[in-house]
Write a protein that binds this ligand. Structure first.
Ligand code: HEC
Length: 210
């Protein structure tokens, strides 16, 4: 049995005087949806657990990284089983992107974009792998497994040592080599914040090359 507040109870709680039209409209909607639920039997509050399955955005600064951890060694095994077939045993690429190497090539004639050379933040690597990989079975890895395989991809790029353990804190603490390599890309139709004329050395190098 659902215990639901009746529109009347809601009225008493939220709109003692019913002075605001907006509030009246809100109650009307609440009353209608309660009615629809009773009549058709659909619509119900979702649980925190159900919500958690959708709440998987990880932010560049490590915000919303989940609990859990994984080591490079664990990641190496998992990678061999679930990633190497497409990305190569050492991240050299194949069917899937090259994940390692390309150091200092971005401003050259032949830029090689990999996790190590290109990605500006480590926490978003966790997000990407958890969300999208392995390509044929996305979102089948546990958070611990994603931490582990993230650790291994970072290790392949020489960004963490062989005995590293990745968790929310250690992942957020990694400074990726290309962290400052991204620059604003001003469009004439988009208002630009002040200070954008300051370009990084890398951007200038790329511009000169073209
Ligand atoms: C069946 C092939 C396949 C498997 C298996 C696979 N991937 Fe991928 N992966 C791809 C493809 C294809 C892309 C490029 C997707 C795109 O650009 O939309 C990709 C992209 C990536 C990227 C982003 C690379 C970049 O720089 O943009 C990462 C990181 C990654 N995969 C990690 C993994 C990990 C870790 C595993 C194992 C858990 C894995 N992949 C398993 C095919 C695969």
């Amino acid at each position: 049995m659902h215990s639901r507040k009746t529109p009347h109870a809601l009225t008493k709680r939220f709109c003692p005087t019913l002075a605001s039209l907006g509030c009246a409209a809100m109650l009307l909607t609440a009353a209608q949806s309660t009615h629809a639920e009773q009549k058709f039997g659909f619509g119900h509050p979702i649980s925190q657990k159900q919500l958690a399955a959708w709440d998987i955005n990880v932010f560049a600064d490590g915000g919303n990284l989940p609990a859990g951890s994984g080591t490079v060694a664990q990641g190496r095994d998992l990678y061999a089983q679930q990633c190497a077939s497409c990305h190569g045993a050492k991240g050299e690429g194949g069917l899937g992107d090259k994940l390692a190497g390309g150091k200092n090539t971005l401003a050259s004639d032949k830029p090689v974009k990999t996790v190590g050379s290109y990605w500006p933040y480590a926490p978003t690597l966790f997000d990407y792998i958890r969300r999208a990989m392995p390509l044929t079975a996305p979102q089948t890895l546990s958070n611990d497994q994603v931490y582990a395989v993230t650790a291994y991809v970072l290790q392949l790029n020489g960004l963490v040592p062989d005995d590293a353990t990745m968790d929310a804190k250690s992942l957020a603490a990694i400074r990726m080599p290309n962290r400052d390599g991204f620059v604003p890309d001003p469009r004439p139709d988009v208002p630009q914040p002040a200070g954008d004329e300051k370009k990084s050395a890398q951007h200038k190098a790329i511009e000169q090359a073209h």
